[in-house]
Write a protein that binds this ligand. Structure first.
Ligand SMILES: [Cu+2]
Length: 90
């Protein structure tokens, strides 16, 4: 009984560690309709990213990622490497 409880707790802990996270990045450097394509490509290449929605009008990227593999820092680094520095929208 105790062992089952422990196993369950470990499973919950593991699931919590690999929780999908959604973050909105401000990408002010997008200046034309082609920019979001570059930004989306750069973010998509980061391991653990599940979904990327880039809005040129809002100058924002909404990214869903597995936080066991990716991190906000990796995302902002990826956009910066592509020529579009970004910051987390708070
Ligand atoms: Cu452009």
């Amino acid at each position: 009984m105790k062992k089952l409880f422990l196993t369950t707790m470990l499973a919950i802990a593991a699931a919590a560690q690999a929780a999908p996270q959604t973050v909105t990045l401000d990408v002010p450097g997008m200046t034309c309709a082609a920019c979001p394509i570059t930004v989306k490509k750069a973010i998509s290449k980061v391991e653990g990213v599940n979904k990327v929605d880039v809005s040129y009008e809002k100058r924002q990227a909404v990214v869903t990622f597995d936080d066991a593999k990716a991190s906000v820092q990796k995302l902002t680094q990826a956009t910066e490497n592509a020529g579009y520095p970004s910051t987390v929208k708070r």
